[in-house]
Design a protein. Structure first.
Length: 402
């Protein structure tokens, strides 16, 4: 028996899942933010991540800000079937670290590994918590792949997660879903350590409105196997809206995807992008450390998501990073965004059901003075809405019910 009865402020927590610690992807940043809050309560948090740069599962952890993280090699296709090598390594680390709470984020391999861990945790008196940050669609890939994805996602979201001791959710949509299942649940948006942003400065273009988008809007760069319902972000609608503006005194910087990759999916935008070649600039992938400066030097970040389960179940890390950099966001109201924008005044938004309203909003924003924009940026930067310290008490209440 490796688990012990939970004593608040003295738990040994293992955070395992489909993330790259600490800032290799949005998932890595999410689990790190949660861990800061959990550590402030007196708990010890250890990680197990997946890293494509690792050739074999690491027995010695890497260290970041006094957190230990064991890295597993990213799974190949065959590893998603023969997953027991991961399972055995997880059990070994649980024994070594004397873990009494396992938090599982996402699913790096097939859902059967979660089913096995449910039984393992119950037998060893280990509490199992699931951190749920999305509800993926199954609308990309071949028809066979889509069927497999749908079955795996449904099995995990509708059945396996309900057999845990509690869920950490990223949105009210997910919390309400699992509350109806009688599960102990909590809403924790993506969190940040404000010290990461403290040295950022604003260097704004005095003549043009500078807009920015950072991310990968499509599940892959091959439009032939992608349904539009699988697009995470509708960057194509943003570009079409900018194309239809009468006022073109703006620069729109796009990071995370190249122009070539974009046109592989949105192949009817060649002429639009040619017309906007002085206004829309694709930069491709850039180091995260540089991205924060690019965001802080922009007037607004921009994001269009549709009204779908994919959008409402998740919560955009882009929004959290943007306002933490001091840059308000222009967006559509999906997930819990309307609450944060309306209450905390962190940007502007409209319903995702009206593209014309979104375009009208862009027209109005182009008339805002630089002084007013700077005032908004200072407000965002000083708000610290998503600082992990603000959610420590929420975690404390949640753990008391586990």
């Amino acid at each position: 028996m490796f688990g012990t009865k939970i004593r608040l402020m003295d738990n040994r927590i293992l955070y395992f899942g489909n993330f790259k610690f600490p800032h290799g992807n949005a998932a890595g940043s999410r689990v790190l933010g949660n861990a800061y809050s959990l550590r402030d309560l007196g708990n010890k948090v250890t990680f197990v991540d997946f890293d494509e740069n690792v050739k074999a599962n690491a027995s010695i952890p890497k260290v970041y800000d006094n957190f230990n993280c064991y890295s597993f090699a990213s799974p190949r296709i065959v590893d998603r079937i023969f997953f027991f090598k991961y399972l055995n390594e997880i059990k070994r680390i649980i024994e070594k670290e004397k873990i009494n709470i396992l938090i599982m984020y996402g699913n790096p391999v097939v859902s059967i590994i979660q089913l096995i861990l449910i039984g393992y945790c119950k037998r060893n008196n280990i509490k199992l918590i699931i951190d749920i940050a999305d509800w993926h669609s199954a609308n990309s890939g071949s028809y066979l792949i889509r069927i497999v994805k749908y079955l795996d996602i449904s099995f995990r979201m509708k059945y396996l997660n309900t057999r845990s001791d509690g869920v950490i959710t990223v949105s009210s949509y997910l919390k309400n879903y699992y509350n109806l299942k009688g599960l102990n649940s909590i809403v924790i948006p993506p969190l940040i350590n404000k010290n990461k942003f403290v040295n950022l400065k604003f260097e704004l273009n005095p003549k043009l409105l500078t807009l920015i988008y950072v991310g990968q809007p499509f599940p892959n760069n091959n439009g032939r196997s992608v349904s539009k319902s699988a697009y995470k972000d509708r960057l194509d609608i943003v570009i079409e809206s900018l194309f239809n503006l009468k006022n073109r005194r703006f620069i729109f910087n796009i990071y995370g995807i190249t122009k070539k990759e974009y046109l592989q999916v949105i192949n009817d935008h060649h002429e639009i992008l040619k017309d906007l070649e002085d206004n829309v600039i694709f930069h491709g992938k850039v180091e995260n450390s540089l991205i924060l400066n690019f965001i802080s030097n922009s007037d607004f970040s921009i994001l269009f998501r549709e009204n779908s389960r994919l959008s409402n179940a998740g919560f955009p890390t882009k929004f959290v990073e943007s306002v933490s950099c001091g840059t308000p966001m222009i967006t559509t109201f999906t997930s819990d965004l309307e609450k944060y924008i309306s209450v905390n005044k962190l940007g502007f938004g409209v319903s995702p059901d009206s593209i014309s309203d979104f375009r009208d909003l862009l027209e109005r924003i182009l008339t805002i003075s630089k002084n007013d924009i700077l005032e908004m940026k200072n407000h965002c930067f000083n708000s610290h809405v998503f600082s992990y310290e603000n959610f420590t008490k929420d975690f404390e209440k949640f753990l008391k019910l586990i």
